[in-house]
Structure formats: C-alpha cells, structure tokens
Design a protein around this ligand. Sequence first.
Ligand SMILES: Cc1ncc(COP(=O)(O)O)c(C=O)c1O
Length: 346
Amino acid sequence: MEIAELWDPEPGWLNTASYGLPPRPAWEALQAALSDWRVGATSWEPWDGSTTRARESFARLIGADSENVFVGSTVSAALAPIAAALPDGAKVLTDDVEFTSNVFPWQVHADRGIEVIAVPGDDVVGRITPGIDLVAVSAVQSSTGAVLDLPAVVAASKQIGALVVIDATQAVGWHPITVDGVDALIAHSYKWLMAPRGATLGYLSPRLQERCRPSAAGWYAARDIHGSYYGPVMELDPGARRFDQSPAWFSFVGAAPALELIEEIGVETINRHNLALANEFRAGLGLEPSNSAIVSTRLPGAQEAFAAAGIRAAVRGGKLRASFHIYSTRDDVQQALSALKPLIRG
Ligand SMILES: Cc1ncc(COP(=O)(O)O)c(C=O)c1O
C-alpha cells in the first residue's frame, strides 16, 4: 500500500500542530479494541501490550534506552515530579511564547522561590548563564513553529551545570531529535505522532531519575505490575517505569501502530515531505524558506478566507498557523494559497 493511502484526510487539514490524523493501522487497532470493549470479548492485558510497544518505539525514535522512558497522560503531569525536585529558589529559563504546559508546572512552585525567566526565543541560548538551574523549552514552538537549536542549548547548559528539559510535542514524528545531553524529553503523542490524546511519553536521564520522587506511582509503576494490585508492600521499578502513570489503554492502542509506522516510513522522509510542502506554501506567500513544518504568519483576513474555503488551520498569537504532515498534499497547499490569493500583495 502506498504511504498516502494509509490516511483518509478531508482535503484542507492544515492543523496537525493541534492534532494529527490517525493512520489506518492505528485507526483499525483502536476500532478493534473498542469493539472488544463493548461486548467484553477480552481481558485488558492485550490493550496494555500497546503501552510497551509505544514505549519501545518512542525510545527508538529519540535514541534512548526504553528503560529510561516512562508513560503518562499529559506533558504538564509528566513535568510535575521534575519541578517538585528543584531546590527552593531555583531559576528556570524558558521561551516567552512557550506552551504553558511547560511553564505552569514550574510556576506553581513560586511560593518556594522558584522563578521562571521567560525570554524571546532568539535569546534563550545567550541567557543560559550562571544562576540558571534548568532550561525548559520546546524543540519546536507551538505558536511560531520556531525550531530550537538544541545542540547549542545542550552545550551552554552543560557549561553551567543546568538541567535541560525539552517539550518535544511539536517535534517528535517529523523533526529528527535525540536525547544526547538532555535530561528530560517529553512528548504528548496526539499531534505529530498521530495517536489519540492521552498517551504521553517521556525520557528521563538516569541522573534526573535519581533526583525525582515518583509522586504518581501506583500499581503500574511497580517492578512486578501484576503482583502489585493490593497491599502496602511497595517495590517500584528501578528504571523510568517508576514514573509511569497507569496508562489510558485506548490511547496507547492507537499510539503503538502510529509510532511504529513513523519508524517504518522514517523521520527523515517525513521531514523532507513536510518541509517541501511548508516551503511551497511559504513561497506562495512570498516568505523565505524555513526549517519548520509549521508556518506562522500575520495575514489579516486569513482566518475568514480559510473558513470560507473550508480549510482548517489555526490562529495563534494573532497569526495564521498552518502545519503540514505526511498526509498533507500539494493540492492542500494550492487550495490554501488560492483561498489566500486576494490577501497576498505582490
Ligand atoms: C508544545 C506543546 N506541549 C504540550 C501540549 C499539550 O500539553 P498537555 O499534554 O499538558 O495537555 C501542547 C498542545 O498544544 C503543545 O503544543
């Protein structure tokens, strides 16, 4: 089957930065699980097998050992134990347009002196100076599509001994990324990984695992999951699994085949496809090419023009945001450009 035949998008979906569309294997696995659930055809363990598959696939996608990968529900909940482990008075550096799931988890500790310093994206690397304890930034910004210079962030943080925490929700799946030099890398999988919402995956470096309390631990965080349903004896998994939140089964049932498909197609292939379309769209708008699958531009009237043409994109920070993924086509680009034509000067 051709890659493009694995999806059934209605033309004009330019909003993967909000949510991704499930590939056929993910959709079918989810429908099968829902059918079984409806009539009680199976126990839940086969659904849970998807959690392990998703964990292992995610680990491969980010160049990590799956023993250092945990599962959860949201980015903000995944960051909470890291924030709780910061000493009183710690300083956290972030981007001033950072998505708040990577801002509020630090800010809720303001009463014990945790301070969030938010600077423009272009200034982040330069502000990684002595006194900063942790750098919390997105690999790709949700509102602007800006791609982080991760090696520069890692190098500057290493110089001063700061922790590096990356929200990779807008990156993993299309932007090649690894955990080299990173302490935590978290991604909610319902956008570029094309899973149902509710399956979050995260890497925690061994040194950060040591510093954090697994404050959401329950039966699923135990070394022996199926021997730990009842009673006061607690033996948690020695690896990152002790930070697992017990999984939302069906989200992971959809996540595992989608992640595995991304591996099969290859992130480099997806990256080329997405950037070609994003840059074709940019060229039509008279913009320079960029390195992002997310195009953000101020174009008054664009929202209305898209709505009239049935094109689904987003507006963030007063700017049009259009995003392109593996199921997006040149027809989508051309349709979007013709909808915007009356607004484009030139
Ligand atoms: C960069 C980024 N992180 C996280 C999220 C979602 O956060 P959460 O998983 O806490 O709901 C989004 C959603 O738009 C996002 O763009």
